[in-house]
Design a protein around this ligand. Structure first.
Ligand SMILES: *[C@@H]1O[C@H](CO)[C@@H](O)[C@H](O)[C@H]1NC(C)=O
Length: 285
C-alpha cells in the first residue's frame, strides 16, 4: 500500500503537471518559434555578431527592445520572408510559419493595421526598428491567442537539401539584407564578385546562411565538396582548398570578418562559384 507521503508526492506532481499545462496555454507567445524561424535567428546572430547567448531568449520567443534584437528580427524576417525593407511586413510570410494565421482574416487585419501605425512612427532609414515594430504587432496578436486551439502541431520539415538553388536563394536574400545596389547585382548574375565592402559582406552572409562558412571554423570543406567536388576525390579537393586558404591567411587581418570570408570562401572557390551562378542566374532576378 502507498504511504501517505507517496500519495501527497503523487498529488503534488499531478498539480505541477496541470500548472504547467495552464502556464504554457496562457503564455502562448513563449512557445518556441517554428524551426525555420529558429534557424534563421541562429544564422542572423552569427552574421550580425550578436552575443550567442541571446539566442536562448529568441528561441523562447522573447524579443526585448534593443538594437541587436531589432536588427536580428529584420535579418530573420528577410531570410524567412516576413519582412522586406521596401514592402514592409509580409503577412503571407508569417502565415507560412504560423498556419493558423492563414485562415484568420480578423487577426490578419488587426496585425496589418497595427503594423502600419507602428512602422510609420519609425524613421524611414531605421529598417531594424521598422521590422521589429511590425513583428511586434504579430507577437501581440499571438499573445492574444489567435487560433491557439486550431494551431496545427508544427510539422518539422526536413532541411532543404543543399544545392545550387539554395545557394542562389541565399545570394538574393543576402543582397536584400545588405541593400546591394542594382549595378552590383548585375555584376553578380554574371558571376563577378568584386572585392569591395558590400560584396565582401554579401559573401560572408551567404556563407553563414548556407553553412558553407563560419567565422570560427572557416569554410565547410565537406559541404563545399558536395556542391563543387564532382570529378575529384574529397582528399584532393580538401588539399587544394587548404593550399589556397593557407596561402591567403597571412594577408588577412584577423579582425576583418568580411575580408576573411571573401578570401576563404569566394576567392578560393571563385571558378566554381562563378560557374554555378552563371548557370543558375535566371533564378536570381
Ligand atoms: C536555438 O535554436 C537553434 C535552431 O534550432 C539551435 O541551433 C540553437 O542551438 C538554439 N540555441 C539555444 C541557446 O537554445
Amino acid at each position: 500500500m502507498a504511504s501517505s507521503g507517496q500519495v501527497v508526492a503523487a498529488a503534488a506532481v499531478l498539480l505541477l503537471m496541470q500548472l504547467q499545462t495552464v502556464t504554457s496555454a496562457t503564455f502562448g507567445a513563449r512557445d518556441p518559434p517554428p524551426p525555420a524561424l529558429r534557424e534563421a535567428q541562429a544564422a542572423c546572430v552569427k552574421y550580425l555578431g550578436i552575443c550567442e547567448n541571446r539566442l536562448h531568449q529568441y528561441n523562447n520567443s522573447v524579443y526585448p527592445t534593443d538594437q541587436d534584437t531589432m536588427c536580428m528580427v529584420r535579418c530573420a524576417g528577410i531570410m524567412v520572408g516576413f519582412w522586406d525593407d521596401c514592402q514592409g511586413l509580409k503577412l503571407d510570410g508569417l502565415a507560412n510559419l504560423f498556419p493558423a494565421l492563414a485562415a484568420n482574416d480578423r487577426v490578419r487585419y488587426q496585425i496589418m493595421s497595427c503594423a502600419e501605425k507602428r512602422i510609420a512612427t519609425c524613421p524611414p532609414q531605421d529598417t531594424c526598428a521598422r521590422a521589429y515594430n511590425g513583428f511586434r504587432c504579430f507577437l501581440d496578436a499571438q499573445k492574444g491567442g489567435f487560433g491557439a486551439k486550431d494551431m496545427q502541431p508544427q510539422q518539422s520539415t526536413p532541411p532543404q537539401p543543399f544545392d545550387a538553388q539554395e545557394f542562389i536563394r541565399s545570394l538574393s536574400i543576402c543582397a536584400k539584407l545588405q541593400r546591394i545596389p542594382k549595378d552590383r547585382r548585375d555584376l553578380y548574375v554574371q558571376g563577378v564578385f568584386p572585392n569591395d565592402d558590400k560584396t565582401r559582406s554579401l559573401i560572408r552572409c551567404v556563407g553563414i546562411r548556407t553553412g558553407l562558412y563560419d567565422d570560427e571554423q572557416g569554410p565547410n570543406i565537406a559541404l563545399l565538396y558536395s556542391l563543387f567536388g564532382a570529378g575529384q576525390s574529397e582528399s584532393e579537393f580538401r588539399r587544394r582548398a587548404n593550399l589556397c586558404i593557407d596561402a591567403n591567411q597571412p594577408l588577412l587581418e584577423a579582425q576583418d570578418k568580411n575580408a576573411q570570408a571573401y578570401v576563404k570562401l569566394y576567392r578560393c572557390f571563385a571558378d566554381q562559384i562563378s560557374a554555378l551562378v552563371r548557370a543558375n542566374a535566371n533564378a536570381m532576378a
